[in-house]
Design a protein around this ligand. Structure first.
Ligand SMILES: NC(=O)c1ccc[n+]([C@@H]2O[C@H](COP(=O)([O-])OP(=O)(O)OC[C@H]3O[C@@H](n4cnc5c(N)ncnc54)[C@H](OP(=O)(O)O)[C@@H]3O)[C@@H](O)[C@H]2O)c1
Length: 257
């Protein structure tokens, strides 16, 4: 049995990773801020799949939270074989409407936590000669889309860079780039979703199945859906100015501040 640690395990894409990995027989370390929800999730996954599910309450926007998760990843007596850096959120509003403190919190959770947790996990993995890291980015990494898109572009570049640095070590790293997925993300960020066409929505369980199959094939970048794969091909040839006009608006309709 191997162990996977998932940040942001209690909802959306993280919960889909937890369901799938538990069904495949992996023990889990579940990380989020809401302890009650984590405990309920751990009990349900243990009862349904007979796996061990450990609860680790941590706010990845804080030093203490990042330290606590890094310490667990660094535990050589109880190693983590697969790290899913998934916790993330959207801020409500365009640039200058979002308080600077919230922009900085986004960089802490999306970039600094991902950097430090990846580092804490891969050292032991490299020594053991095996392991995997999935860093959840977004297709927003490839288009102009405020601080959110910029933070996810960092995740893609960082992950693919480290994947190259560790090539041949037995450790695989992959950036996962979902399109729009039905989760709690948009409601939490106060985003309206009625301007997002139905065909653009992805199912979290299918997304995770595609991601894990890409990881098994050794890909360092995963865009598991053919519609988004095709769109990201087009994005490469569309002028940035025109692209930004579309992508900075789509799915960024906010309720009252
Ligand atoms: N949904 C989409 O359309 C979409 C598209 C592309 C990429 N993504 C990316 O996918 C990832 C997961 O998003 P989702 O859609 O599944 O969101 P979600 O349904 O809102 O779930 C977010 C999860 O992250 C946890 N979390 C949030 N802030 C945290 C913090 N500071 N510390 C620790 N845990 C935290 C939440 O639990 P607690 O509140 O209890 O902490 C929850 O478990 C994110 O990185 C997001 O950027 C989403």
């Amino acid at each position: 049995m191997t162990t996977a640690l998932i940040t942001g395990s209690t909802a959306g894409i993280g919960a889909a990773f937890a369901r799938r990995l538990a069904a495949d027989g992996h023990n889990l370390v579940l990380v989020a801020r809401d302890t009650k929800r984590l405990r309920e999730q751990a009990t349900e996954l243990h009862d349904r799949h007979g796996i061990e599910a450990e609860v680790l309450t941590a706010d990845l926007a804080t030093e203490d939270g990042i330290e606590a998760v890094a310490k667990r990843l660094d535990d050589r007596r109880d190693p983590v074989d697969l790290l899913i850096n998934n916790a993330g959120f959207g801020n409500k509003g365009h640039f200058l409407e979002v308080p600077m403190a919230d922009e900085l919190t986004m960089l802490k959770v999306h970039c600094e936590a991902v950097l430090r947790l990846t580092s804490a996990a891969v050292e032991g993995m490299r020594d053991r000669g095996r392991g995997g890291v999935v860093n959840v980015a977004s297709v927003a990494a490839f288009v102009p889309r405020g601080t959110y898109g910029a933070s996810k572009a960092w995740v893609v570049q960082f992950t693919q860079g480290v994947a190259k640095d560790l090539a041949g070590s037995g450790v695989r790293l992959m950036a996962l780039c979902p399109g729009f997925v039905r989760t709690e993300f948009h409601e939490r960020a106060g985003m309206g979703t009625d301007n997002i066409p139905k065909w653009m929505w992805l199912d979290a369980d299918k997304l995770v199945a595609g991601a894990l199959s890409d990881l098994a094939r050794g890909k360092s970048l995963s865009i598991p859906d053919p519609r988004y794969k095709a769109m990201m091909g087009v994005v490469k040839v569309v002028p940035r100015g025109l692209l930004g006009g579309i992508t900075s608006r789509t799915g960024r309709k906010y309720g009252p501040q």
